[in-house]
Each structure stands twice: as C-alpha cells, then as structure tokens.
Design a binder for this molecule. Structure first.
Ligand SMILES: [Zn+2]
Length: 370
C-alpha cells in the first residue's frame, strides 16, 4: 500500500463533512458540486413533488431566468459508485450518468419501432423514450488502479445539462485521484467510452496513466484509407472524434492483442461487430471471475432479451449478433458474473436463458464490502 492508496475506511466521514459544508455554502454561493450531479429532469421531479404550487411557479421562473436554485429544496442524487470484490481484486462501478432521448424510428435496425416500444412498456418504461446508462469501472488489483472505459467526458457534462459526463466527479467522490490511476484500458473507440480520456479543456485527464487500446481498433480508426471510405454521418464523425481524442494524447497509447492477459488477472477477449476491434474482458482472481462485456449489448431490456435485434450503433450487425450469442450462451451456462457498460447502474448481474434470449438479473445491493 502506498500513500496514494485511497483511504476508503475514512471516506464516509469525509464525504459527510463535505456534503454539509457544501449545503451550507450553497445558501450563500449558489451552485455547488453536489448539485451539479443532478439532472434538470430530476430537479423538476423533486420540485414538482415537494413544493407548493405558488412556490413552484416562482422557482421555475427563477430557474428559467438563470437564478441559482435553492439547495435546501433541491437535494442532489447521491454520488454514483458501487464497490464489490472479485477474489482479491476490488471493483468499483462508477456511473457516468445516463442519456434519455426520444426513441428513434430505427433504434433497432431489424425491428419496428412499435415492437421496440412494446418491449419497453412491458418492462414498465415509457415507450416513447429510451434511457441509456454508462458505467465505467475501476479495478484495484496487484497494487494497480485500472480504469476500464471513461464515459462521455467532462465537456459533455454541461452540454448534456449534467445528464452524462459525471464519471470524473463520481470517481473523485469514490476516493480516487485521477492522477493516481496507473492504467486506462479502452474497449473500443466510440465517444461514450473514450471522450473521458480528456478534461473539459482537452487535456489528458489521466496524466500518469498508460493508455491501453485494442490493436485492431487502433488499426481501423487510425487508417486514413478506412476514414476516407467512411460515409458521412455517424461513421465519419466517429473517425474524427477518435482522432481528436488520441491526437490530444499525442497518440501515446499501447495497443494490446486479444486472448492475452494484458494486466495481471485481466484478459482481453475479441468481441468484434459493434466495432472492428470491440473488446470484452475477463477479470480472474482466486476462484472468482467477472466478465466485463463492454458493448456486447446495448441496454439489456432490448438486446439481452432479444439477442437477434441489431442496435443502430453496431457497425457489422450480423457479426455483432454472432458475438453476442456466443458470449451470452457461455455466460448464462457458466453463470458468470457480468458487468455491462449500458446496463442499469451499478450494471452488475447475471444472465438467465429464456425462450427468446436472455434475462438480466442484477445483483442485490450489498451494504458491506467483505
Ligand atoms: Zn457504448
């Protein structure tokens, strides 16, 4: 243990002190860090539920005019992180937030919007919109602090009205100094996984970390020929964004190969289709293991339950489906613990085979860390 090791046993006391200091400071100074973790829609819900109509009208008018909200009436969501152990390794799921948007006409390439909407309604969701969460991980093992994927980035925090880009704030609240992260492992180069490599002003967010990237992913997105052949729109934008991020890091990355242990206990597994170099991971420690699926599926309510459905983000949908079926079949059969980047927070659970596909069974919240 080094002096950089976070002192988790002291953390609740520290956080409590911070929170009450922020709440009292907010009365005088307006917005605070705690408040910034709450989305506007959450705030509206809380306001609507707790304030008298006359006060509500006044507060809404004030908020629209840019006035500071009253923190005593707008409690923030708690910082989003959740710890558990896998053998000797400690895993912390850290939320980057969630994006809610109107359900697109073709969110699922090979199913009608009505069928997708019905699947959401059957799960007690609003059938007209979709919420996609983002959950990067921290793994502490063998004296190292490893981050897997980085969320939408701090620049997205304000742009999304605080809905996403929360990872770095929650990482800090979980007791981690990002300057003390040793390694960042990237699963693939979509913006919701790599944009958090940079700070809001485009500087390296993990100044002392080695950045590990999948070799086939690096080869594809850095290939000028592939970029020139990419159609305008999402794919062309993907090339631009990947280069924006990695150019800001002076392309200082370490490519890794599949089917190898890339860090002690962490094996990279090829899961292509979503992108050409899309990678999942198996963390093994002692007799326990954790499968980190990255984007083998998007939200499980749609794509675990209907593994034949093709999300609009899959670059090679048929290959992505083959990958999904192969991996999910194995996870369900072997009862492996699963961490899913787009699963509901804290995004850890198991898969059960059903007649049509799989059903996700999330782990019960555990109040103690053994
Ligand atoms: Zn993703």
């Amino acid at each position: 243990m080094t002096d950089r090791e976070p002192k988790f046993d002291r953390e609740p006391k520290i956080d409590q002190g911070r929170d009450s200091a922020l709440v009292s400071a907010n009365g005088r100074n307006g917005r605070n860090r705690e408040e910034t973790l709450m989305t506007d829609s959450t705030r509206r819900t809380i306001l609507a539920g707790t304030l008298a109509a006359s006060t509500l009208a006044g507060t809404r008018a004030g908020a629209e005019a840019g006035a500071a909200p009253d923190a005593t009436r707008t409690p923030a969501q708690a910082p989003g992180y959740y710890r558990y152990r896998v053998g000797e390794a400690r895993v912390t799921a850290v939320t980057d937030g969630a994006n809610t948007f109107p359900l697109p006409e073709r969110f699922v390439l090979n199913a009608d919007r009505a069928a997708v909407s019905a699947a959401l309604v059957a799960d007690f969701r609003d059938g007209a919109s979709l919420t996609v969460p983002f959950t990067p991980l921290v793994i502490e093992t063998g004296g190292r602090r490893i981050v897997i994927d980085t969320g939408n980035g701090e620049a997205a925090f304000q742009a999304s009205q605080r809905a996403v880009g929360q990872f770095h704030a929650n990482l800090r609240m979980a007791g981690f100094d990002r300057a003390a992260i040793d390694t960042v492992v990237i699963s693939h180069f979509h913006g919701d996984h790599v944009n958090g490599l940079l700070t809001a002003d485009g500087q390296p967010a993990f100044p002392n970390a080695e950045i590990l990237v999948p070799e086939p992913e690096w080869a594809y997105w850095m290939d000028d020929g592939a970029m020139s052949r990419a159609p305008a729109g999402r794919l062309q934008d993907g090339f631009r964004n990947a280069r924006r991020v990695f150019d800001a890091l002076a392309r200082k990355v370490t490519p890794y190969a599949w089917d190898r242990e890339i860090l002690p206990g962490l094996t990279a597994l090829g899961a292509p289709g979503h992108t050409p170099g899309h990678t999942a991971f198996l963390l093994a420690s002692g007799s326990e293991s954790l499968f980190v699926q990255s984007d083998v599926t998007n939200v499980p309510v749609l794509f675990a339950r209907n593994p034949g459905w093709h999300v609009m983000y899959d670059q090679d949908p048929a290959m992505a489906e083959a990958t999904r079926r192969r991996i999910y079949d194995r996870i369900a059969t072997e009862r492996t613990l699963l961490q899913g980047f787009h699963y509901p927070f804290p995004a850890v659970g198991h898969l059960e085979k059903t007649a049509q596909g799989y059903r996700e069974v999330l782990v019960p919240w555990n109040p103690v860390l053994r």
